[in-house]
Design a protein around this ligand. Structure first.
Ligand SMILES: C[C@H](N)C(=O)N[C@H](CCC(=O)O)C(=O)O
Ligand SMILES: [Mg+2]
Length: 362
């Protein structure tokens, strides 16, 4: 199965409501689609969002990295030679993890097709169904309370509440939400780097004292502040999950060796795809550190790849793959099946993606 071409396109999908975090407000998913063609007629699909504030990757950057660096180094290669392809992909250009992820996903799609098997089975096949949380955007407490109640009505049992814009108001936000949803709903919070280390310790201890029953806190401090992350981890009982601090397997090793966090959030757009995410999974298994799998604002192609990874691996115990359900429409035929919080892998070969509507080819 030889690679004959790598084509690029764009999709635009409006969100149901604006997505707001301490880092940004977004109204639509604006992603790059990768289509890898082969001499056997098999097609592999990949996707990447330009999440500049987190990955540094912009639309133009993703297109340029693939067209000028990745594409020339992969054309003509045989998918059977998978390890060599992955080494070339990751050495063709440094950083640019979203561009690499989009191509890596399309290649794993082809890899599964080559064995006529769904990717999750090739990676471990631990389960077929997973349950995602849903994000509650950071707004005033009343609006967040309303959004939380609406989410529960749709059957979500875990809320991922965005905080990090004002720690005193964050405490009020969480009080209002816990009061409204009762004690049986699982609440995790994501500060998206918004707090200072001591502010994080104060705020989280206050939440503990108030009995707000927070499952975990995600990325309380700046991405590069590993000492600050460790300070928070060492001084609060709420488990700390790193997100923006871990892109590469090397980043994960630093966190694990320093015990700077309790949990790791894997995102294909940070690792550069499944190949490197698997390395972090193995490290986490060795250290006995559970992982979350998350996504950026992504449609169903790339999130389906994350679903397969989560379905394959037992150490991935927390799921934040709500990108497709935040979208007002689904342009993708095939792939994982999203029924609000319940996500099921499609048993088709590769990632089971059949078609993507509305691609504007570049
Ligand atoms: C969409 C997902 N639930 C999420 O919250 N991801 C964010 C980053 C998303 C973005 O800004 O595109 C996160 O975990 O930080
Ligand atoms: Mg996060």
């Amino acid at each position: 199965m030889k690679i004959t071409d790598i084509k690029l396109g764009r999709i635009s999908v409006p969100l149901k409501t604006p997505f707001k975090t301490a880092l940004r407000t977004v109204k639509s998913v604006e992603d790059i689609i990768v289509i890898i063609e082969t001499d056997t007629g098999n097609i592999g699909y990949g996707e990447a969002p330009p999440t500049g504030v987190i990955t540094g990757d912009t639309t133009g950057g993703i297109i340029g990295a693939i067209k000028d660096h990745i594409r020339p180094s992969l054309i003509g290669m045989d998918v059977e030679n998978f390890e060599e392809i992955m080494i070339r992909l990751h050495s063709s250009v440094v950083k640019n993890t979203s561009a690499k992820a989009a191509v890596d996903i399309a290649l794993y799609d082809l890899y599964g097709q080559m064995f006529n098997a769904p990717v999750y089975k090739l990676l471990g096949g631990y389960r077929k169904e997973i349950t995602t949380d849903i994000t509650i955007s950071v707004n005033d407490p009343e609006e967040m309370e309303r959004d939380s109640i609406n989410a529960i009505k749709l059957g979500y049992e875990t809320l991922k509440v965005k905080v990090g814009k004002d720690s005193n108001l964050d405490i009020k936000r969480l009080k209002a939400i816990r009061n409204a949803v009762g004690k049986d709903i699982n609440i995790r919070i994501d500060a998206n780097q918004g707090w200072k280390p001591k502010e994080a310790v104060y705020t989280l201890r206050k939440m503990e004292d108030l009995g707000l029953d927070i499952e975990l806190v995600e990325q309380p401090v700046l991405a590069h502040d590993i000492e600050g992350m460790k300070l928070v981890t060492d001084n609060v009982n709420i488990p700390v999950l790193v997100d923006e601090s871990v892109f590469s397997p090397r980043d994960a090793m630093t966190i694990l060796q320093n015990r700077a966090a309790d949990l790791i959030n894997l995102k294909l757009m940070k690792t550069g795809g499944v190949y490197n995410a698997l390395k972090i999974v193995s490290m986490a298994e060795i250290y006995g550190v559970e992982c979350m799998i998350g996504c950026m604002l992504e449609a169903k192609v790339s999130v389906t790849a994350a679903v397969h990874l989560a379905a394959a691996k037992k150490i991935i115990t927390k799921i934040d793959l709500d990108g497709p359900v935040l979208c007002s429409e689904d342009p993708v035929t095939g792939g994982a099946v999203f029924n609000n919080s319940k996500i099921t892998v499609n048993e088709g070969s590769g990632f089971g993606i059949k078609d993507i509507e509305g691609i504007k080819y570049i």
